[in-house]
Design a protein around this ligand. Structure first.
Ligand SMILES: [Zn+2]
Length: 199
């Protein structure tokens, strides 16, 4: 058994845990995923997915901005560090397999996703869609001033919860806003709204 790869600073007076200066919460995986599934069932997949996408995307941008400032890191290093930290904090093991800024595309593989491990019987659709907002936000940060001119689309294109894939995979692409692109998922409207707010 190994120890956490991230430093955990515990304030003895308040009991607050921190990593990289951010307050953190340590909780059972089933607790988080059960809450997630309960909200999905209450709101419906598409509504919840859109809300979640906007919220997690905003948080990812914030994390990247504050971390880059704190450590004086370049954008690509911060992007990669974000997924390293997520991996070290137990969400799953992310790997940036492809990153091509010339065409504004990236592809990440994800092993041992908490959502796939807790929903191993879900064969009807990918279950790790919470991470789509994570990746879209980190990619938004990576693009810097270019991000406001783009529409960032992210999708989990394969999920190991179906039992047919070894790992999950998430693809992200940034397209010109004027491009007429068919949305494969409902969150597109929310993505654009959040992008406008953040820009
Ligand atoms: Zn998955």
């Amino acid at each position: 058994m190994g120890n956490p790869a991230v430093a955990i600073d515990v304030d003895e007076d308040s009991g607050i845990w921190r990593t990289d200066g951010l307050p953190m919460v340590y909780l059972p995986r089933h607790f988080l995923v059960n809450n997630h599934v309960a909200v999905e069932q209450a709101l419906g997949l598409q509504t919840y997915r859109a809300i979640l996408h906007a919220a997690t995307r905003k948080s990812a941008v914030h994390w990247c901005e504050t971390t880059a400032a704190k450590y004086g890191m370049e954008r690509e290093a911060t992007f990669r560090f974000y997924f390293e930290r997520l991996s070290q904090r137990g969400w799953g093991q992310f790997s940036v397999d492809k990153l091509d800024l010339a065409v504004h595309r990236a592809s990440l593989s994800l092993r041992n996703s908490i959502f796939a491990l807790e929903q191993a019987d879900r064969t009807d659709r990918p279950v790790c869609y919470m991470f789509e907002g994570f990746l879209a936000g980190a990619f938004h940060f990576l693009l810097g001033s270019e991000a406001g001119k783009k529409r960032i689309e992210c999708e989990e294109v394969q999920c190991c919860a179906d039992g047919r894939h070894e790992h999950c995979r998430l693809d992200v692409v940034a397209k010109e806003r004027s491009a007429r692109v068919a949305c494969r998922a409902e969150p597109c409207a929310i993505r654009d709204a959040s992008l406008t707010q953040e820009a």
